[in-house]
Design a protein around this ligand. Structure first.
Ligand SMILES: [Fe+2]
Ligand SMILES: [Fe+2]
Length: 263
């Protein structure tokens, strides 16, 4: 019987996107069935393995967005979403493998389920790109998405504050407008994919918030001010409106967390 840490590490170190999805779902399934030993005998890598394409560019060097209505604009949109989901697989795996020993079995169950969701999201988007005559890797992608994970690799509360509660919560804010645009353009299939992703992401933010609240309780800190301190220290982007307050609240993230530091 292999250990949970070894199985997670192997998925993180799988570079090929299809193979990473497969490995991720396999780990999640093995965990659910009780086929992995509760042992954290290997460390998670500093950086997961990624494919040679897409080329990763710093945010400032990304090509300008094409006009939204054009074929190339549509491909650019689905490509950037696919990349976010691809990195999200590694973010969820790393969460479970790096912090599982201190946070316990429920935490590992939650984040391996998240990782399996992200693998499904990625697969849906990769297929969508293929239906448009493109593929994941055809365009350059953002290099910055792993930074938040690296910056918080020693502190689970900071990781939860930044990854699910800032980055994934931001997805809740921006997805409805994208969904509306895609639906308005007559792309029903695309709209369905985004609806599913939005539903799942509300749950992901909710799991992040739930485990963050446990961290706050363990250190006897007021959760809102602990979150604000950690975000100021570890996240260098802006927390900016418009906020999807109802989706955030459904995920347990009330305005008491973010309204005060929004700018
Ligand atoms: Fe996702
Ligand atoms: Fe997610």
């Amino acid at each position: 019987m292999t250990t949970v840490a070894r199985a997670i590490r192997a998925a993180l170190l799988t570079a090929d996107p299809r193979a990473k999805c497969f490995a991720t779902r396999k780990v999640a399934r093995a965990w659910r069935r009780g086929d992995l030993a509760w042992e954290f005998d290997v460390a998670m890598p500093d950086r997961p393995a990624w494919p040679a394409a897409p080329e990763l560019l710093p945010p400032g060097q990304m090509p300008k967005r094409r006009k939204a209505g054009s074929e190339r604009g549509r491909i650019a949109l689905w490509h950037s979403l696919a990349h976010i989901e691809f990195v999200a697989i590694d973010l969820a795996l790393d969460m479970a493998g790096r912090f599982g020993a201190e946070m316990g079995e429920d935490f590992v169950s939650d984040f391996l389920a998240v990782a399996a969701d992200e693998a499904m999201h990625f697969a849906l988007l990769a297929r969508k790109l293929e239906s448009l005559g493109s593929h994941y890797g055809a365009l350059p992608a953002h290099a910055g998405l792993w930074e938040a994970a690296h910056a918080t690799r020693h502190d689970v509360a900071a990781r939860l504050a930044v990854v699910p509660m800032v980055l994934e919560a931001r997805g809740l804010d921006v997805t409805p407008a994208t969904l509306e645009r895609v639906a308005a353009a007559g792309d029903k299939h695309g709209a369905k994919i985004l609806e599913r992703i939005l539903d799942d992401e509300i749950r992901h933010v909710g799991m992040g918030t739930k485990h963050f609240l446990r961290c706050a309780e363990m250190t006897q800190s007021p959760p809102e001010s602990l979150w604000q301190d950690l975000v100021k220290r570890h996240f260098h982007g802006a927390i900016k409106p418009p906020f999807n307050d109802s989706a955030r609240l459904a995920a347990g993230l009330s305005r008491g967390f973010y309204a005060e530091i929004a700018h």
